[in-house]
Design a protein around this ligand. Structure first.
Ligand code: BGN
Length: 308
């Protein structure tokens, strides 16, 4: 019992945390008011850590087998802060080597976000896109999915092609359910946004949609003026702000490792019409490894499996 007021022991306690070894990027500690929750809470946040502080990644064979030794006496607050930080930190270092899967991660994010609160609108936002026009309101259309990044600098402030749905888009939970979420099978770069677009669209041509959009979707409505109508049972279509409003700057980057072009995307896309009812929100499986409330965002680390 480390918390006794008059500690009768003068022992040096070695805490052994058995972990496979590190390989991840650096994480900066933000400030000096670090949380030190109760041991019970830390345990709850780390369901995969077993008795004695052991952890093994559930989805791969560890390459290292590491014990962490912490000389200790009378510092329970520090110990709790360290355990609170270290367990998720070590688990994160084992995540992220498999192929990227944007659409499946979006599914996970939407499901986890909806566990937290009854959001009326959920945005699906690439990390490298910065909105440039304040009139591009981040709200949902009550009936149809919205595509907001219609004019990116990378594509000379135009749509690269009429069905493009990548970058930044938004759905209400009802729209998300109606389209059975997003596909889980697109491992690597490309095609998943086209699949999502195909799920959400009816057969209206884009020209009609754009004219319609410009007239009924003013860019500057106050958020609460949207009514939350039921989605029609027929197919949906894509709503877009005018090209002059949906401006985004893309932060320049090279293709990332683990997100190479997916050669299967052409075949997968041909089958969207057949597959969308069975591949999506209703077939989503994953394991939540950690969930951390950071000062400016919530960081979820999940095991979503790997390209079969
Ligand atoms: C398209 C990609 C999209 C990507 C845009 C813009 C495919 C499927 C080919 C049938 N689609 O070509 O995923 O967002 O380019 O870069 O690769």
């Amino acid at each position: 019992d480390y918390s006794r007021p008059h500690d009768v022991y003068t022992n040096l306690t070695s805490l052994l945390l058995h972990h496979p070894g590190p390989s991840g990027p650096e994480q900066q500690l933000r400030d000096c008011t670090l949380p030190s929750p109760l041991l019970e809470e830390i345990k709850e946040k780390n369901p995969l850590v077993t008795l004695g502080g052991h952890y093994r990644p559930p989805d791969c064979e560890p390459r290292h087998h590491t014990a962490i030794v912490v000389p200790y006496r009378n510092r329970q607050t520090h110990l709790r802060a360290l355990l609170y930080h270290l367990h998720p930190f070590l688990q994160r270092q084992q995540s992220g080597n498999s192929t990227f899967n944007r659409a499946k991660l979006l599914n996970v994010g939407v499901r986890e976000a909806l566990k937290e609160e009854d959001w009326s609108c959920v945005f699906l936002h690439d990390v490298d896109l910065l909105p440039e026009n304040d009139h591009n309101t981040y709200t949902c259309h009550p009936q149809y999915p919205t595509h907001l990044s219609v004019a990116m600098d990378k594509f000379r402030y135009r749509l690269p092609y009429s069905q493009y749905f990548g970058g930044v888009s938004a759905v209400t939970p009802e729209q998300y359910l109606k389209m059975n979420g997003f596909p889980n099978q697109y491992w690597g770069w490309g095609g998943e946004d086209d699949d999502i677009a195909a799920r959400s669209q009816s057969h209206l041509s884009l020209v009609i949609i754009l004219i319609f959009t410009a007239s009924v979707y003013p860019s500057c409505l106050p958020p609460h003026s949207h009514r939350r109508d039921q989605v029609r049972l027929s197919g949906m279509k894509i709503m877009r702000p005018p090209l002059a409003i949906g401006h985004y700057k893309m932060i320049k980057h090279k293709g990332d490792q683990g997100n190479e072009q997916n050669p299967r995307r052409f075949d997968l896309l041909k089958r969207t019409r057949l597959n969308w009812r069975s591949d999506g929100l209703n077939s989503l499986t994953y394991k939540l490894l950690s969930k951390e409330l950071e000062p400016l965002y919530t960081n979820l680390t999940v095991n979503i499996g790997d390209d079969p």
